[in-house]
Design a protein. Structure first.
Lengths: 441, 156
């Protein structure tokens, strides 16, 4: 393997106009550099404020290898702090979630902190009187993440102080979160139903690419969609379907369907797949819910919100959003060849239970460790992780519908099977990775 | 009583020998296969999500998929082994013929060079069918259902 740390031009050379080098998926060194450069300098999804509803509630997680926690403050706001005692580095909390009361207390030496991380007290205080403690990091309490943005209750953070501000970084793709929230007539979502967690032995970029891969369902998912179609044979097209059938049958819609759904790319690797329609567009209508939406938003706006149901909106590099069903996937890279995927579902205030059941059912069918569909995806990701070690071809093809003029534009609307949606992710990857600047929190 | 204990053992043996159609025939028409995401703590399958919650239609779909040579994740094929502890009768309603048995288990699923090891309790809710016992619900409470799991390809 090459050494990339001090060779930005070597990293840049891995991402060509229409293909990428296998080291992006295989190199442990590039993964370490991703932790420093890509994930530290981009805005990562942390969680939803409804995970910490009450003052003192915390939710802990690892963000690009760093221990962090979302904490609801006494005055109601949500902060994101590093989960690290200022003294010797123990984590303040080791449960995933809970309530810490009015302060954090380190289990090791009983140093305490306010909910905002400010130091509160420590034993043998007099012994520190003539020391440099208060002048250094150890005296300053818990460290907040350098940058935090809460957008319609979705919490994002950036590890590095430097970089584009939140709105500039995400731009138009934020409309996907708007659409998801606006699907609640009361404009409020709550995380509900738990989180399905899947770990797979593949590079995280294979998963992220596949979220925009419209050509694989017909072959990858043939076994599941064939079984579904055979079981549903003999029923008429307009017959109400069991939810599992309603959600699975569209996967085999065909190349033309996926091409015509259209896609759009934005600067910084973000995308919306299914700008015209998607496999989620034809779920059974719910007249009472639609009436509630019209009452809340007005006729035209309600129609606009409900008509828009893209396949996936990617918030590069950590989040994929579906407005309908109301579900997100969070990509948590663990190593060059190990990736954790979380699938969360939401309950939208003022909507029928059926919408929540759709979100749970979809996650269960498609993203659960016992998914009916994902086994074949995961098998193929893990298969690529091994296959790429072959000699004679070190490149992964992303040629489909390549057009040299695409390099000159940042926002492009295109056909749904154009691999531009993936090329766009790798171009953003190269910019952050070749910048050569390690994170400077 | 012995019938029910034998039923639970025979049900696992059908899975372990890959006789999935025969296994599905053990389910009542309204039967469900349920792996709650909260394990034993979960009250119902609708207020919280599940690792799996299948009616007979979805079970049939999974079984049909496994028969398709293009079920890519089954190259190489998965094999499973249930190791069951003695069942405990939790409910035995003589009037209706319904019974609930709890069976602690270890489940091993092997595929290629990899093995998945799971442990937990299985709850069989059994009803009297025309030709003997049938499963109204097979509930599997995993020890650690909420944490990260690898792919589980067959049936626990």
């Amino acid at each position: 393997m090459n050494s990339y740390r001090n060779r930005p031009e070597a990293i840049q050379a891995l991402v060509q106009d229409d293909r990428v080098h296998r080291d992006l998926y295989l190199s442990d060194e590039l993964f370490a550099l991703e932790q420093e450069r890509l994930f530290a300098n981009t805005w990562l999804y942390v969680g939803h404020t409804s995970q910490v509803p009450n003052p003192g509630d915390y939710w802990s997680l690892e963000l690009a290898g760093r221990p962090v926690m979302m904490v609801r403050q006494t005055e109601g706001v949500v902060r994101v702090l590093y989960n690290r005692c200022a003294h010797k580095g123990s984590r303040l909390v080791s449960d995933e979630s809970g309530n810490t009361g009015k302060f954090f207390r380190c289990p090791y030496h009983a140093w305490t902190y306010r909910l905002d991380g400010a130091p509160l007290a420590l034993p043998l205080k007099a012994a520190y009187a003539d020391t440099r403690l208060t002048e250094c990091e150890s005296g300053r309490g818990l460290v907040p993440l350098a940058q935090v943005a809460i957008y319609r209750e979705f919490v994002f953070a950036r590890i590095s102080e430097e970089g584009p501000d939140f709105q500039t970084y995400f731009g138009e793709v934020l409309g996907a979160i708007d659409n998801m929230v606006d699907r609640s007539p009361e404009g409020r979502l709550t995380v509900a139903g738990g989180v399905l967690r899947n770990v797979m032995q593949c590079n995280w970029k294979m998963y992220l690419e596949n979220i925009n891969d419209t050509v694989h369902p017909m072959s990858t998912h043939e076994s599941a969609t064939r079984a579904a179609a055979d079981l549903w044979q003999g029923h008429t097209a307009d017959e109400p379907k069991p939810m599992a059938m309603e959600q699975m049958l569209p996967f085999s819609a065909g190349y033309d369907f996926f091409d015509k759904m259209g896609g759009r790319v934005f600067a910084n690797g973000h995308s919306v797949l299914g700008v015209n329609f998607s496999i989620h567009s034809n779920y059974a209508q719910l007249p009472e819910y639609e009436a509630a939406m019209r009452a809340a938003h007005g006729e035209q706006r309600a129609a606009d919100i409900l008509q828009r149901s893209p396949q996936n909106s990617v918030f590069f590099p950590s989040l994929s959003v579906k407005g309908s069903p109301q579900a997100i996937r969070v990509i948590r890279p663990l190593a060059a060849d190990r990736t954790l995927i979380e699938a969360w579902s939401f309950r939208a205030a003022g909507t029928p239970d059926l919408l929540f059941e759709r979100a749970m059912s979809y996650n269960r069918l498609v993203f659960s460790p016992m998914s009916v569909l994902a086994h074949d995806d995961v098998h193929l990701f893990e298969s690529m992780q091994r296959g790429l070690r072959a000699e004679g071809n070190e490149w992964v093809s992303l040629h489909r519908d390549y057009d040299p003029s695409e390099r000159a534009q940042s926002t492009i609307t295109t056909n749904g099977t154009n691999e531009l949606l993936m090329r766009n992710q790798f171009r953003a990857w190269a910019i952050y990775m070749a910048s050569g600047d390690a994170a400077t929190p | 009583m012995m019938d029910a204990f034998d039923f639970v053992a025979a049900e696992a043996a059908l899975l372990d020998s890959g006789r999935f159609d025969d296994w599905l025939a053990l389910f009542a028409p309204d039967g469900h296969y349920w792996v709650p995401l909260l394990g034993a703590a979960q009250a119902d399958p609708l207020s919280h999500n599940s690792v799996a919650y299948d009616d007979r239609l979805l079970l049939q779909l999974r079984i049909d998929r496994l028969k398709n040579p293009r079920a890519h994740s089954q190259h190489p094929k998965s094999h499973c082994q249930h190791v069951l502890q003695r069942s405990v009768v939790e409910c035995d309603d003589k009037a209706s013929g319904e019974m609930t048995l709890r069976t602690p288990f270890i489940y091993i699923e092997a595929r290629g060079d990899d093995q998945v090891l799971l442990a937990g309790n299985c709850r069989h809710q059994l009803v009297q069918g025309p030709d003997g016992l049938l499963i109204r619900q097979k509930r599997i409470d995993l020890l650690n259902a909420q944490r990260v799991l690898p792919a589980i390809q067959l049936f626990i």
